[in-house]
Design a protein around this ligand. Structure first.
Ligand code: GLA
Length: 406
């Protein structure tokens, strides 16, 4: 009974409280706040909304994403990039193809002293090149060779009498063709002899020989000055003669979207007397800008892929802005870049999957903005501190993190 009474009493008190029984009138107790007094608000019962957790981006690796479409994915490489274990791991996790940023360019593989001593051009592998080839071999990395016949980053002495540009006397056409043949022959023979040839699947035999006005590059190009415009045909003729079967031979160029017709016309000339191709593929350097038109870019991809050759993206980076109109890496600009990468890679995958594009590899020109040759444009997938940008998720086709919600 006592228990019952206690219960009834408690219930009455509780109901009274709810109904406002015993509430003191405002005039009795509450002081009117003056302008300077702080009003402490009574605690409310409304639960404070807990912020929904920011979704974590999924863990993705470029080589899985591209591998799902039968493609290799690459980066350019320096010895510095593999000398630190964190960077090396990032490369090994994401890429299965590498292109040496500089070490295999003519400037780095020709020995002037020995050429003068022997009277014929001498190819010599440098330490960086060997370090990177050994690393590629140890880590099961495929390699794109870059590059042999180029107007730039090529020692000028190879064009002169006695391998000496101080003579001021350019050699004649026949001698220059001999030197070109020797350069190409030695590179492939040495790669084979030293056990590296199997690493290579593609090689840029000629780099950047056409101009945006549709003309052959004639200025500051001693290959052209000495040999004439058939230097291009000979480069592929010799490459075809000496390259091992497993290495596809490429013509590689930039601003390909502004040179489409000239490139198409030129590529069609690279056949032997029976009409067989001397070339296997066209390299699109793809040094692009977020301001570029992807519709126009894909017109070039589609037009040139109709030739039936392999097409590879060989040096991709997408600068913020437009040529000489740099945009800053604001959230919105990085989002725009993410969408650009997403749409570019999506368009490539669609064409590869439906069989209209023969693309077996896709190379980014570096792993992060800080080390890019175009660093002022912040063009790569990771920022200078190696954080993943929307561009990374764009390239990996993770749409939710590729800048589409901006
Ligand atoms: C061109 C060359 C590359 C490299 C870039 C700049 O695209 O093909 O090898 O020199 O310029 O880094």
């Amino acid at each position: 009974m006592k228990k019952y009474l206690a219960f009834v009493l408690t219930a009455v008190v509780f109901v009274c409280c709810l109904a406002g029984c015993g509430k003191k009138t405002t005039s009795e107790t509450t002081p009117t706040p003056t302008a300077t007094q702080e009003v402490t608000l009574p605690p409310t019962d409304t639960p404070t909304p807990t912020p929904s957790p920011v979704p974590e981006p999924p863990t993705v690796y470029l080589k899985d994403v591209f591998g799902a479409h039968g493609m290799k994915v690459g980066t350019c490489l320096t010895t510095q990039m593999i000398s630190m274990s964190a960077k090396e791991k990032l490369i090994l996790d994401n890429y299965n193809s590498v292109t040496m940023e500089n070490a295999m360019k003519p400037d780095y593989i020709l020995d002037q002293k020995k050429s003068q001593e022997t009277g014929s051009l001498v190819v010599a592998f440098n330490d960086d090149m060997i370090t990177m080839l050994d690393w590629a071999k140890a880590n099961n990395m495929a390699v794109r060779g870059h590059t042999l016949v180029w107007y730039s980053q090529t020692p000028q002495w190879i064009f002169y009498d006695n391998f000496d540009n101080k003579t001021g006397k350019l050699v004649g056409r026949d001698e220059m063709l001999k030197r070109m043949e020797s350069l190409i022959k030695q590179m492939f023979e040495k790669l084979t002899a030293e056990g590296y040839a199997d690493l290579f699947y593609a090689y840029d035999i000629v780099n950047e020989a056409w101009m945006e006005d549709g003309k052959i590059r004639s200025q500051m190009n001693n290959w052209y000055t000495i040999i004439g415009d058939d230097y291009l045909w000979y480069a592929f003729y010799y490459a075809n003669k000496y390259a091992p079967e497993n290495i596809n031979l490429f013509y590689n160029d930039y601003n390909e979207q502004f040179k489409t017709n000239a490139l198409e016309k030129f590529i069609k000339t690279l056949v032997d007397e029976d009409g067989n191709w001397l070339i296997d593929g066209i390299g699109f350097q793809a040094h692009l800008y977020t301001g570029d038109s992807l519709t126009d870019y894909f017109k070039t991809v589609d037009q040139l892929s109709k030739l039936g050759l392999i097409i590879e993206i060989t040096e991709l980076d997408v600068g913020l802005g437009a040529w000489q109109k740099i945009k800053q890496p604001t959230e919105e600009n990085l989002a725009e870049q993410g969408r650009f990468y997403y749409n570019l890679v999506k368009g490539i995958f669609e064409r590869v999957d439906n069989g209209t594009l023969k693309m077996d590899s896709f190379t980014f020109w570096g792993i992060n903005d800080g080390a890019s040759w175009r660093k002022e444009y912040n063009p790569l997938l990771l920022d200078k501190n190696f954080n993943k940008k929307p561009a990374f998720y764009g390239a990996c086709q993770v749409k939710e993190f590729a800048g589409f919600d901006q």
